[in-house]
Ligand binder design. Structure first.
Ligand code: DOR
Length: 430
């Protein structure tokens, strides 16, 4: 076996921050210390070495929409973004509502060998919101997170039943919070900007009502729930209160929601169309406070690749969603840390690694402390390196990044997955 050694970096994990070299052999960390030697050296000078990142929310499009992304291209984008595990959303075609499909997704991830691809399962068959999916079978097949993402579960009684069936299985239900009757035909956030542009608005309350309803269902049942891609100030307040009440709720925010406002739609460019929509500066400020005080547990990308020709449709017909995997870390560092910092690097790493690892049910393998004996899933990133986003340079099969031309700070240098360097010097090795 080749002994890999990461030298000269600053280690950040849940036990603290310190200088150290890390040696890896046969998939595990075998030594942490100073002047550690090995057969193959990864230089980490000027870099942070952290537990591998875990993305709770990616759309890999396979099966069904391979023209936009495949599990292999999405896994490569994930590795380049520093992720060693990603939760694959179930809005594939066919949907991930049966064991055959989740097994296929996991197997394609295994074949790509760039990160762990963790299939989520649907809450309802076909994400149609009518019949519960076979939670027991899916849980037995290794599914931990269940969601109808892309759709919220509209029927409160069905959601209550879902929570009750989830209880003995120890699985987590993750809600896409959207009351559909309030968002019919909506294209962007309902506010001054949408009135000026003459576009149908998506009110904040469409999200907040479902956050509120589901918090009350968690209070009733005591069963944990995760809130996907929160985007409004009031949603953050509701989750903060629920946590203060001791309820088992967790939440995530996507980089685009804490970096871009609805004003971006002023040019009617569909690259800025996303669900839930880009909101206002007030909402961005609230998300940042929520991330900093731990109300929002995780940064999750909602990586949503779409083929160019579909995004070129008129705004009302273009699909919602934007790329996220390769820019998430840099957006977090650029927008959440620095002078007048809302978050320290340690907090950012927590929101990208061990906190989402726990929610995804993979805390035995990802987001582990950097110590001898632990699985070697690690991210090495330079928090000061500036780079420009060039869509053609991204590994994703799609190009729908809203950050084209933006200069960001923070870049992944190496990613080690299962003991293998899958990214070296910011390039994928496979
Ligand atoms: O913008 C979004 N795109 N939000 C979702 O919830 C679904 C996703 C997609 O699948 O494209």
């Amino acid at each position: 076996m080749t002994r890999l050694v990461i030298t000269g970096g600053t280690l950040i994990d849940q036990t603290g921050t310190r200088a150290g070299d890390v040696a890896i052999d046969d998939g595990r960390i075998v030594e942490v210390g100073t002047a550690v030697t090995g057969d193959c050296v990864l230089d980490a000078s000027g870099c942070i070495v952290s537990p591998g990142f875990v993305d709770l929310h990616v759309h890999l499009r396979e099966p069904g929409k391979e023209e936009a992304e495949t599990i292999e291209t999405g896994s490569r984008a994930a590795a380049l973004g520093g992720f060693t595990a990603v939760v694959a959303m179930p809005n594939t075609d066919p949907a991930q509502d049966c064991v055959a499909v989740v097994d296929f997704v996991r197997e394609q991830g295994r074949k790509a060998g760039l990160c762990d691809v963790l299939p989520s399962g649907c809450i309802t068959i076909g994400r149609a919101g009518e019949l519960l999916a076979p939670f027991g079978e899916l849980a037995a097949a290794g599914v931990h997170l269940f969601t109808d993402d892309g759709n919220g579960v509209q029927d409160a009684q069905l959601m209550r039943r879902a929570l009750e069936y989830a209880r003995p299985l120890g699985i987590v239900l993750a809600q896409h919070c959207e009351v559909a009757s309030l968002t019919k035909g909506a294209v962007m956030h309902e506010g001054a900007c949408c009135s000026r542009l003459g576009l149908p608005g998506w009110p904040s309350i469409a999200e907040e009502l479902m956050v509120f309803r589901d918090i009350e269902l968690v209070r009733l049942t005591g069963v944990p729930m995760h809130f996907l891609h929160l985007s409004t100030e009031r949603s953050v307040q509701l989750v903060r209160q629920a946590k203060a009440d001791g309820l088992p709720v967790t939440a995530e925010a996507a980089p685009h929601h804490f970096t871009l406002t609805d004003e971006m739609l002023s040019g009617y460019d569909s690259v800025f169309k996303v669900t839930p929509p880009l909101r206002t500066a007030v909402d961005i400020a609230a998300l940042k406070v929520g991330l900093a005080d731990g109300t929002i547990d995780a940064i999750a990308t909602d990586h949503a690749p779409h083929a160019q020709h579909t995004k070129e449709a008129p705004l009302d017909q273009a699909p919602p969603g934007m790329l996220g995997l390769e820019t998430a870390l840099a957006l977090a560092i650029t927008e959440l840390s620095g002078s007048g910092a809302a978050m320290t690097l340690e907090q950012i790493v927590a929101a990208l690694s061990w906190k989402p690892a726990a929610i995804a049910g993979v805390a035995h393998r990802h987001g582990r402390p950097i110590a001898a004996g632990e699985p070697a899933n690690l991210t090495v990133f330079d928090p000061t390196r500036e780079w420009s986003v060039v869509p053609a340079h991204l590994a994703s099969k799609s190009r729908n990044t809203p950050y084209a031309g933006r200069t960001l700070r923070g870049k992944v240098r190496h990613t080690v997955f299962d003991g293998t360097a899958v990214v070296v010097d910011s390039a994928a090795t496979r």
